[in-house]
Design a protein around this ligand. Structure first.
Ligand SMILES: CC(C)(COP(=O)(O)OP(=O)(O)OC[C@H]1O[C@@H](n2cnc3c(N)ncnc32)[C@H](O)[C@@H]1OP(=O)(O)O)[C@@H](O)C(=O)NCCC(=O)NCCS
Length: 201
C-alpha cells in the first residue's frame, strides 16, 4: 500500500518536473539562438553560444542531463559551448547523455549518432603548446583548432574523449573510456588510449 502511494506521488512529481525541464530547456535554446525543432530531455542542459556562434539541432534530438534517463554518466549535465564564429550542428535522431561538446571552430554530428554517458568532444587544445605563449596573454589566440566530424550511425562509448581534427566514420564504434586522437574509418571498432583499431564491423 505504502509502495503504491509512493510510486503514484513520485509519478506526479516526475511529470511536473519533466514539463518544467522541457520549458526551461526551450527557453535556454531560444535564449542562445539555437535552431531546433522537436527534442526530448531529462533534466536541463548547460548551453552557452557566444555571439557570432551557431548551434543547430535537427529533429528528434534527445538528451539526458543528470542521473535520470541514463545513470551511466552519473550526475553531470550535457554541456554545449560554442565560441564566437564556431558552428555546432547535431543531426537527426541523435541521443546523448551527460556529454560535453566544446566547439571553438566546428563540430558536426551526423544522423542517428549515439553518444554515451560522460563523453567529451573538443575541437581545440584550448591553450598554445608553446610554454612562452601559454604563459602570456596571447595564449588563447594561439590555441590550435580543427573540426570534429562524427558521421551517421556512429556510437561513442561512455567516458570517451574525442580530440580536435578527428572524424569518426559511418557506423563506427568507439570503446568505452577511449581517447581518440586519429580519425576512424567507416565500419570499424576502435578503443583504448590512444584509440586503436580493434576490428571491422
Ligand atoms: C568496444 C566494444 C563495443 C567492443 O565490444 P566487443 O565487440 O564485445 O569486443 P570484445 O570485448 O570482444 O573486445 C575485443 C578486444 O577489444 C578490447 N577492448 C574492448 N573494449 C575496449 C575498451 N573500451 N578499451 C580498450 N580495449 C577494449 C578487448 O580487450 C579485446 O582485446 P583483445 O582482442 O586484445 O583481447 C565494447 O567493449 C565497449 O567498449 N562498449 C562500450 C559500451 C558503452 O560505453 N556504452 C555507452 C552507453 S551510454
Amino acid at each position: 500500500m505504502v509502495g503504491t502511494i509512493y510510486k503514484a506521488i513520485r509519478k506526479i512529481i516526475l511529470s511536473v518536473q519533466s514539463l518544467g525541464n522541457k520549458i526551461v530547456t526551450f527557453i535556454i535554446l531560444k535564449g542562445n539562438n539555437v535552431s531546433f525543432s522537436n527534442f526530448s530531455t531529462n533534466g536541463v542542459p548547460y548551453i552557452m553560444v557566444a555571439r557570432g556562434g551557431k548551434m543547430s539541432l535537427a529533429n528528434d534530438f534527445s538528451m539526458n542531463n543528470g542521473i535520470k534517463g541514463n545513470p551511466i554518466g552519473c550526475y553531470d549535465k550535457c554541456t554545449f559551448f560554442v565560441d564566437k564564429g564556431a558552428v555546432l550542428h547535431i543531426g537527426e535522431q541523435v541521443g546523448m547523455s551527460q556529454s560535453a561538446l566544446i566547439c571553438h571552430q566546428s563540430i558536426t554530428i551526423g544522423n542517428h549518432v549515439k553518444i554515451g554517458g560522460g563523453v567529451k568532444i573538443y575541437d581545440t587544445d584550448f591553450h598554445s603548446l608553446d610554454p612562452k605563449i601559454r604563459a602570456s596573454k596571447e595564449d588563447l589566440k594561439h590555441k590550435v583548432k580543427a573540426p570534429v566530424v562524427i558521421k551517421d550511425h556512429a556510437f561513442i562509448g561512455a567516458f570517451s574523449i574525442i580530440l580536435k581534427g578527428v572524424t569518426i566514420g559511418e557506423n563506427s564504434v568507439v570503446g568505452a573510456g577511449s581517447v581518440v586522437t586519429k580519425s576512424i574509418p567507416d565500419n570499424q571498432i576502435w578503443a583504448g588510449n590512444p584509440a586503436k583499431f580493434i576490428k571491422e564491423i
